[in-house]
Design a protein around this ligand. Structure first.
Ligand code: B12
Length: 124
């Protein structure tokens, strides 16, 4: 399966650091035979990379990893994914999704929320 994982550093105080959660999930899923891309959004060109990954890689599942500072961008990532690949489910995970799943379930494009560690639930 083609899986896209999205993380960001748009409001965080940190820069140029990929999300441990997203890269850990990527390694796990690749080991199980899936094709995985991680799009980390921080600079302007990362948005272009996300757009081209959505149209060229055509993920069959999109996962968004969220902490508190990155929460407002989930709606936009989910909308972009849904526009490009209407049939691909969108899952949200990470610490903020674990703490406040209802918020993310309220985003119409979001199919589900993962609370806690995502390796096994995502594989399933
Ligand atoms: C290391 C760390 C950092 C490092 C991250 C390094 C990196 N390369 O990722 C640095 C220093 C950069 C950092 C930055 C920040 N951090 Co920090 N950090 C941590 C710490 C200590 C560990 C996080 C970690 O690496 N966990 C290991 C990974 C593998 O686990 P994970 O990310 O939770 O991912 C798992 C699950 O959540 C899930 N999952 C994650 N994403 C997804 C997606 C899908 C689709 C699915 C299904 C599952 C899933 O599966 C993953 C694997 O099991 C935690 C405290 C803690 N003990 O958790 C605080 C913590 C996460 N950080 C916190 C905060 C506030 C921040 C900042 C916002 C600080 C700031 N003001 O800038 C930024 C946010 C950065 C960002 N872009 O989001 C808070 C988050 C609170 C919240 N409600 O979001 C925490 C909980 C600390 C705290 N107690 O306050 N942090």
């Amino acid at each position: 399966m083609r899986i896209l994982l999205i993380s960001s550093n748009l409001r965080s105080q940190f820069h140029a650091i990929l999300s441990n959660g997203a890269v850990s999930l990527s390694a796990y899923l690749k080991r199980a035979g899936h094709q995985v891309r991680v799009c980390h959004i921080e600079r302007k060109k990362d948005w272009d990379n996300l757009r081209s990954t959505l149209t060229e890689f055509k993920p069959q599942l999109t996962g968004i990893s969220v902490t508190v500072t990155e929460t407002p961008f989930t709606t936009e990532f989910a909308a972009m994914s849904k526009r490009s690949n209407p049939d691909a489910p969108i899952l949200v995970g990470g610490i903020q999704a674990t703490l406040d799943p209802e918020y993310f379930l309220g985003i119409p494009e979001v199919s589900g929320v993962c609370r806690g560690e995502g390796e096994i639930p995502l594989l399933q």
